[in-house]
Each structure stands twice: as structure tokens, then as C-alpha cells.
Design a protein around this ligand. Structure first.
Ligand code: COA
Length: 149
């Protein structure tokens, strides 16, 4: 598993991964490209067997990191890609002296909630009807151990 900075050439693969998850809020190629203008924004790609397996985007907003989007292609699920992408986010957070990582997740997204709980996130809030005016968003936060800073 290789985790590296994303490149323009990755954006079609990222959009294809998004399309494999109906209902997931998609950025599309343009959305990823637009992030290049944001100096606080980091987009990483996961590569498995030489193929683009997944992506993550987050903003470094010291003292917080905001996780904006994370997805893995169907062919690569449950092989640790999301865990590896999250691990790299935590490295960036520590290097940037960020104490908290925040994100929003659909209350019905059991896979993602399991992933985040396993990585130390806790529910700190809820936004009703956040997605399509129907599903609530859970606000999750992980406070980094001070030894990591
Ligand atoms: C959520 C998602 C990113 C997980 O990606 P992944 O690469 O399959 O996750 P990993 O292999 O790194 O899993 C790490 C751990 O998360 C948990 N997990 C992941 N998928 C799970 C599932 N479907 N059901 C239950 N637990 C799950 C498990 O604890 C897993 O460890 P294990 O495989 O040893 O049991 C993926 O399902 C996805 O892309 N979903 C659609 C997009 C999305 O919802 N993104 C979240 C945005 S908030």
C-alpha cells in the first residue's frame, strides 16, 4: 500500500471511485482540481497493486484538521486503504501541531462510523437533515494524544 500526494492524473480515478458509492457526496474531477488553489488543503491517493485504490482530502486549519472526503474503490474495500489514508492524515496533523481532527458522516454510514470509531473518533454532535434534507450528520472528533504532538 502506497500513500502519496494526489496528482491531476488521479482525478478521473477519484471521480470513478465516487461513482461506485451512490449517494456519497461527490466532488467530481473539478472539485478535486479546485482544491489545488487552497493552501490548507491536502489530497492524498492510496495505491494498491499499482492502481488508484482510494483518496482522502483534508484541510489543515490549526489547531484542527477537517477531514472533508474519503473513499475507497469497491475492488479494494477491507484491505486497509482507508486506515492507511487516515494514518497519514494523523501524521500531517501531528507535524502541523493540530490537536483535533473533525469530520461529518451520514448517521446511516455504518462502515465509515466503524472505521472512525476504531481510529479513536467520538461523536460530539449531530446535525439533523444535513444530507438531502433527510439524513442527519454525526459530528465526529478525535483529540490527538499529546505525546503525538
Ligand atoms: C468507509 C470506507 C472508506 C472504508 O474503506 P476501507 O478501505 O474498506 O476500510 P479499511 O479496510 O481501512 O477498514 C478499516 C476498519 O474499518 C472498519 N470497517 C471498514 N469497512 C467496514 C464495513 N463495511 N463494516 C464494518 N466495519 C468496517 C473495520 O473496523 C475495518 O477493519 P477490519 O477490516 O480489520 O475489520 C469505504 O467503505 C468507502 O469508501 N465507503 C464509501 C465512501 C464513504 O462513506 N466514506 C466515508 C466518508 S465520511
Amino acid at each position: 500500500m502506497l500513500i502519496r500526494r494526489a496528482r491531476k492524473e488521479d482525478y478521473p480515478a477519484f471521480a470513478a471511485i465516487e461513482a461506485e458509492h451512490p449517494g456519497y457526496p461527490a466532488w467530481g474531477e473539478r472539485g478535486f482540481a479546485a482544491e489545488e488553489a487552497n493552501r490548507n488543503s491536502v489530497t492524498l491517493a492510496a495505491e494498491l497493486d499499482g492502481r488508484t485504490a482510494g483518496f482522502i482530502n483534508f484541510w489543515i486549519l490549526r489547531p484542527q484538521v477537517q477531514l472533508n472526503t474519503l473513499a475507497v474503490g469497491r475492488a479494494f474495500l477491507r484491505r486497509g486503504a482507508a486506515a492507511a489514508l487516515l494514518g497519514k492524515l494523523f501524521e500531517y496533523a501531528a507535524k502541523s501541531l493540530c490537536r483535533e481532527v473533525d469530520l461529518e458522516v451520514n448517521e446511516h454510514n455504518a462502515a465509515a462510523i466503524a472505521l472512525y470509531r476504531r481510529h479513536g473518533f467520538e461523536v460530539v454532535g449531530k446535525r439533523p437533515k444535513f444530507y438531502n434534507n433527510t439524513d442527519a450528520a454525526l459530528l465526529l472528533r478525535r483529540v490527538l494524544p499529546s505525546k503525538d504532538l
